[in-house]
Design a protein around this ligand. Sequence first.
Ligand SMILES: NC(=O)c1ccc[n+]([C@@H]2O[C@H](COP(=O)([O-])OP(=O)(O)OC[C@H]3O[C@@H](n4cnc5c(N)ncnc54)[C@H](OP(=O)(O)O)[C@@H]3O)[C@@H](O)[C@H]2O)c1
Length: 327
Amino acid sequence: MSFINSVLNWVVPPASLVMLACSWPALCFINTCEWLYKSFFIEDMEDKVVIITGASSGIGEQIAYEYAKRKAILVLIARREHRLRGVSEKARYIGAKRVLIMAADVVKEDDCRRFVNETINYFGRVDHLVNSASLGHTFYFEEVGDTSVFPHFLDINFWGNVYPTYVALPYLRQSNGRVVVNAAVESWLPLPRMSLYAAAKAALVSFYESLRFEVNGEVGITIASHGWIGSEMSRGQFMLEDGAEMQWKEEREVNGTGGPVEDYAKMIVSGACRGHQYVKYPSWYDIFLLYRMFAPGILNWALRMLLAPNGSRSRTSLVGTRRPALI
Ligand SMILES: NC(=O)c1ccc[n+]([C@@H]2O[C@H](COP(=O)([O-])OP(=O)(O)OC[C@H]3O[C@@H](n4cnc5c(N)ncnc54)[C@H](OP(=O)(O)O)[C@@H]3O)[C@@H](O)[C@H]2O)c1
């Protein structure tokens, strides 16, 4: 048995690569036809009900404006109600038919049940659930002094997607609706200072890819993955139970630069309305998957060269990783 596997280990990968290369033009043709076909059947979102978590800033906020342009009915969820009020006004101005805002914590199942039930009470249906609540970080794992921060990354980035999905799924089945998930390229491309965030996003992608089989086409799932996008996330914001806003000190020093959030939000909503399973930005990152499979050494070496010039790494401020500093 081990002899057979040894032979297959040598034969299958190169044979598959050659087959893939030969079938590449045909695959591109099929993908283009599928793209064209889906372009003719774009979901009309007018009067459809869209719940967006993490709508008070960044990508979630911009996604709300994109659905507003399509005249959808919006239910905006985040913990900072004052921010949601501003987003709601702008969304209404842009074209949203109606907007409901609710302060809720997506990590709490009861809160998720409350906002989904309220949505059903008000509007009688849910068509899209967009999960955009998240918490990012940029510290080295071994520099963390206070391990009590660990669970927050899994809670918000993983369970904060699972609970709303669990509660909304029966209604999404009724409407043949869609779940839109914000993953990140870090779920499979290893980057330093993002270990907990990356682990949560990898779990998220596995969860939704499995769920896609379970819902069997009755509910669509669009997984959006992207690289660095300029938004609040890059500033390491974190909110405590009592509502106080916190930031990791050194993360305030990281500039919030990256791809344009508006363009990316437009891509996500357009992909979701076309029924795409994946939205990737930038899509050329996919090539790293091949390296990861067949030449992980080269990928590791290249990332080290790119991310840690001279083989050294700048030390992260410990202030931020022991306990967040109150602002
Ligand atoms: N920005 C990037 O470069 C980038 C790259 C790859 C992937 N992504 C992904 O894209 C998505 C959006 O990121 P972003 O950059 O827009 O982040 P962001 O600006 O920090 O927004 C995060 C949102 O999540 C909400 N939130 C956080 N914890 C919550 C909780 N417990 N309950 C309810 N809402 C909560 C925040 O609102 P409140 O604080 O008011 O609750 C905020 O509206 C995330 O899934 C992120 O992982 C972003």
